[in-house]
Ligand binder design. Structure first.
Ligand code: NAG
Ligand code: NAG
Length: 443
């Protein structure tokens, strides 16, 4: 048996040609090789080069050519030629075609085809029959009459081998590119994700995707920002919000007491006051609002932070009441001779710690006699000298607070007006009994 299978491309042509040349060698039909796992017949595996190496049959087969024939080794086979024959080196070239009469079983089919049982030419699938020389890195594609070695997608032929194309060199990706064997993958910076074309990067709306903002989230290009509601401030971690202690920031937020609450603060006022315009405290006039407990026989007197019920009839013997707040000592009563002729009750309220001196109450003579002179003095109730009288003219005077006083406390001051007429030796005295309430607060 003569092995003529070849590892070379176009081997069928060579094979056919050899058949034509092998006149005396009586070749048989080449058999299909038993195994393609190693080398086809006529070749042997060379471990050094990791390739199939041609076997020199002229040396290995005893009496490869009989008689007068000479043995010519050839890739995948050998030739027996008459000693006189010239060796044809270029088997593909213009060598003289042997006479057709000498050919035995010539392949009647064109290159890449072989006859089937019906003697018609069918394509040889070089790829499945291992009749190709595609490299392991290449794909073999059978074609009518031939085959093609191509590189897989993402590979490029450089020399005999297919090498991976580094697509990343071509800037296909907007952000980052990762080259992979046969392909590539685009990646995006944090805060972005691949767009539908798998190359461009589009902003991720982290706010819609569970960004860890405790209160408010604002998406921005490539990132996001956390913000807090009013009354909260962003924690150093950038995500969580903590309540602002507004009360700790300023002691002027509230006139009386500031109470911090989550996200806000509120002002509170002491009892007897109501909140005015969120921060100020305003005295409640219980006498006006009707929130007092005074009886019919009493008069309600409001002061800063509270009220007082006073008996409407405040006149003490020998005085008799002549009006709601006026008591008269009748001249007919001998007990009245050394007493002020009248006592008028008045009430007023001041706040604590007023800056001094402060005019607090003006006294005015109601009846003026021609040629008379009025003198004013504090008759009682000013033991500590907290007040003094400043005379304005002969009919009026001002009660002046001399020291800053702190409540709650109250004074009952008898302000006396002495009316004198030296010509007529006339002297009369009347008293204004002024109750001064000092509230507990400066408001
Ligand atoms: C993008 O990649 C996905 C996942 O690999 C794939 O299903 C999709 O077809 C790709 N789109 C484009 C336009 O290549
Ligand atoms: C006091 O004032 C009254 C009214 O103005 C006046 O009639 C009287 O003469 C004055 N007396 C003195 C002593 O100035």
């Amino acid at each position: 048996m003569l092995p003529f299978a070849s590892c070379l491309p176009g081997s069928l042509l060579l094979w056919a040609f050899l058949l034509l040349l092998l006149g005396a060698a009586s070749p048989q039909d080449p058999e299909e090789p038993d195994s393609y796992t190693e080398c086809t017949d006529g070749y042997e595996w060379d471990a050094d080069s990791q390739h199939c190496r041609d076997v020199n049959e002229c040396l290995t087969i005893p009496e490869a050519c009989k008689g007068e024939m000479k043995c010519i080794n050839h890739y995948g086979g050998y030739l027996c030629l008459p000693r006189s024959a010239a060796v044809i080196n270029d088997l593909h070239g213009e060598g003289p075609p042997p006479p057709a009469a000498h050919a035995q079983q010539p392949n009647p089919c064109p290159q890449g085809y072989e006859p089937d049982e019906q003697e018609s030419c069918v394509d040889v699938d070089e790829c499945t029959q291992a009749l190709h020389d595609c490299r392991p890195s290449q794909d073999c594609h059978n074609l009518p009459g031939s085959y093609q070695c191509t590189c897989p997608d993402g590979y490029r032929k450089i020399g005999p081998e297919c090498v991976d194309i580094d697509e990343c060199r071509y800037r296909y990706c907007q952000h980052r590119c990762v080259n992979l064997p046969g392909s590539f993958r685009c990646q995006c910076e944090p805060g972005f994700q691949l767009g539908p074309n798998n190359r461009s990067c589009v902003d991720v709306n982290e706010c819609d995707m569970g960004a860890p903002c405790e209160q408010r989230c604002f998406n921005s290009y490539g990132t996001f920002l956390c913000r807090c509601n009013q009354g909260y401030e962003l924690h150093r971690d950038g995500f969580s919000c903590s309540d602002i202690d507004e009360c700790g920031y300023s002691s002027y937020l509230c006139q009386y007491r500031c109470v911090n609450e989550p996200g806000r603060f509120s002002c509170h006022c002491p009892q007897g006051y109501q909140l005015l315009a969120t921060r100020l405290c305003q005295d409640i006039d219980e006498c006006e609002t009707g929130a007092h407990q005074c009886s019919e026989a009493q008069t309600c007197v409001n002061f800063h932070g509270g009220y007082r019920c006073v008996d409407t009839n405040r006149c003490v013997e020998p005085y008799v009441q002549v009006s709601d707040n006026r008591c008269l000592c009748p001249a007919s009563n001998p007990l009245c001779r050394e007493q002020p002729s009248s006592i008028v009750h008045r009430y007023m309220s001041i706040t604590s710690e007023r800056s001094v001196p402060a005019d607090v109450f003006q006294i005015q003579a109601t009846s003026v006699y021609p040629g008379a002179y009025n003198a004013f003095q504090i008759r009682s109730g000013n033991t500590q000298g907290d007040f003094y009288i400043r005379q304005i003219n002969n009919v009026s005077a001002m009660l002046v607070l001399a020291r800053p006083v702190t409540g709650p406390r109250e004074y009952v001051l008898d302000l006396e007006m002495v009316t004198m007429n030296s010509l007529m030796s006339y002297r009369a005295s009347s008293v204004l009994r002024l109750t001064v309430f000092v509230g507990a607060y400066t408001f």
